[in-house]
Design a protein around this ligand. Structure first.
Ligand code: NIG
Ligand code: FE
Length: 430
């Protein structure tokens, strides 16, 4: 008998999301391979999963330590916690007025060019004190957890000057210390061109490559360097310089690519061996082929296109058919995607991008982890992986996209510790 600190038994479905045989993200038909165990059970010791199998198998081989915890998962689906690999959670203040402007017909890029958009969040960020930024962001992380997320990538990018971008990185580091969820920091000093550099963008690129990115890397908090590569923001040669500076300082590249028009962002991601290319609402066929060839994970953000009332979504089916590893994220931000809910993103993936529920779940767990270089660590219920998992009060994983805009989350386990228990039923009756 093996001693363990957490035993989960009797799950209607234990959705393991097995890793692919070849490494990297899950691709093609393997994306729909969820590795479901009926009447399933899982054992964890400390932070790690040590065994999965049927309830009979696990009960015959694993025993609970004296102060271990047990979860009866009858009537539940158990699946990996979501990994949300593209967010801008660290912001102060919101932009409802822009939402209303867009409803009146102004586009996101028109509002941005007129000084709104990211630059209005920059003004709010620079004025906000640390305590306000932390408390607003911690509340957003609480809501993400209530929707089943256990790992969150967070980008800087609402500061856009050398000192304030370092402050943003330190604050993201502090969020990781203060919250149970695992936080993955990304440096996005190249989120937008700040007000005082509008007519000399190359000077800002030089500031980024010569000073801001090396200083950010020096701090030792960020894992990735990102850029908003889009017409009217940073073009492809500027994005290349920015990401090469990141690479030179030890930060792997990520890109906001081909969101609004085909712009060569996917091709640049492939050229640089980026860990992911994100958005891709207007990726070209050549861009898709390049992502597949280079093994760059495509992080699709359908919540953003929905929130921008777009008629066209990223061509997920064409990407899957071409062998691209597709992942999903919320893009949680105050401008183009004010959401914290991965289940809603999964629903959009099914309803607007013709992904199956099984594919969308792999994309929100295993492949989302691969978009952060964390495959092998989170996103799968496999021995050796971190015990990050969620229990849904539902008979099947297909409940996730079917129950639109809601959450059936009952319990959440992060690093082997039960962080939410019986979270679902509100105490409003009687
Ligand atoms: O990923 N596209 C650029 N960045 C964000 C939007 C940020 C904002 O509008 O505040 C995005 O959609
Ligand atoms: Fe973004």
């Amino acid at each position: 008998m093996r001693d363990v600190s957490l035993l989960i038994t009797g799950a209607d479905q234990l959705v393991t999301v097995p890793p692919p045989t070849g490494g990297g993200g899950k691709r093609g038909a393997d994306l729909a391979e969820l590795g479901i165990i009926e009447n399933g059970a899982l054992a964890a010791d400390g932070e790690r999963i040590v065994a999965v199998g049927t309830t009979g198998e696990i009960e015959a081989t694993c025993g609970l330590r004296p102060r271990g915890e047990r979860i009866d998962a009858r009537g539940c689906v158990v699946l990996p916690g979501f990994v949300d690999p593209h967010t801008h959670v660290l912001f102060a203040g919101t932009r409802e007025w822009e939402f209303e402007e867009r409803l009146r017909g102004r586009s996101y890029m028109e509002i941005a060019a007129a000084g709104g958009g990211i630059r209005s969040s920059v003004r709010m960020f620079r004025k906000a004190d640390d305590a306000t930024l932390l408390s607003e962001s911690l509340q957003r992380l609480d809501r993400m957890a209530a929707y089943g997320t256990t790992t969150v990538e967070i980008k800087t990018g609402y500061a856009l000057d050398p000192e304030q971008e370092l402050r943003a990185l330190r604050l993201i580091g502090a969020l990781g210390q203060q919250h149970a969820l695992s936080i993955v920091p990304t440096y996005l000093g190249a989120h937008e061109v700040p007000d005082d550099y509008r007519d000399r963008v190359d000077d800002y690129v030089e500031l980024l490559t010569e000073r801001m990115i090396p200083e950010a890397a020096e701090l030792g908090i960020a894992r990735f360097c990102d850029v908003f590569c889009e017409k009217g923001v940073f073009d492809v040669p500027q994005s290349r310089r920015i990401l090469q500076a990141g690479l030179g300082a030890g930060l792997r590249p990520k890109l906001h690519a081909d969101e609004i028009e085909p712009f060569g962002g996917a091709e640049l991601a492939a050229e640089l061996g980026a860990v992911s290319a994100d958005h891709l609402g207007r990726v070209s066929p050549a861009g898709i082929a390049a992502l597949a060839e280079a093994g760059v994970v495509a992080v699709l953000l359908p919540g953003t296109l929905f929130s921008l009332a777009a008629k066209q979504y990223a061509p997920a089916r064409a990407m899957i058919d071409a062998g691209v590893s597709v992942a999903l994220a919320t893009d949680c931000n105050p401008g183009s995607s004010m959401t914290d809910a991965m289940p809603w993103v999964i629903a959009l993936a099914c309803l607007q991008m013709q992904m199956t529920p099984a594919e969308a779940i792999s994309a929100a767990t295993y492949n989302a982890a691969a978009a952060l270089g964390l495959e092998g660590e989170v996103g799968s219920l496999t021995p050796g992986y971190r015990a990050d998992l969620q229990l849904l009060a539902a008979p099947s994983y297909a409940r996730l996209p079917y129950h639109v805009g809601s959450s059936d989350l009952r319990d959440l386990v992060v690093g082997g510790r039960i962080r939410l228990r019986n979270a679902a039923p509100p105490a409003l009756r009687g």
